[in-house]
Design a protein around this ligand. Structure first.
Ligand code: H2B
Length: 98
């Protein structure tokens, strides 16, 4: 099982991933994105889905028209691990069109 992030790692998160919000007492992070339209939102989700599946690490997410709400946590470990940080960075890149 992947180890949970340390309290030091958790306290570095706001600077490290400024677009993400810690929730559930440090067990998850979330980010809400807004795109020009549904097509853009779904294209983003398609890019992230392929990478997430390659990583075998999957987001909890929902889509309403041009918005996507994402929550990341490692279910097997019961909280945040390095896999969530890796996926968050990947999502940030996909959102900025990198
Ligand atoms: N995604 C997330 N977010 N957390 C997990 O613990 C997890 C996952 N586990 N994707 C993976 C799949 C596991 O169930 C499979 C069997 O590797």
């Amino acid at each position: 099982m992947r180890p949970l992030l340390s309290t030091d790692d958790l306290s570095a998160l706001p600077q490290d991933l400024p677009d993400w919000t810690l929730e559930d007492g440090g067990k998850a992070i979330s980010r809400h994105l807004k795109f020009a339209d549904f097509k853009q939102a779904f294209a983003f989700m398609t890019r992230v889905a392929a990478e997430a599946d390659r990583m075998d690490h999957h987001p909890e997410w929902s889509n309403v028209y041009n918005t996507v709400s994402i929550r990341l946590t490692t279910h097997d470990s019961g909280g945040l691990t390095k896999s969530d940080i890796k996926l968050a960075r990947l999502i940030d890149q996909a959102a900025s069109g990198v």
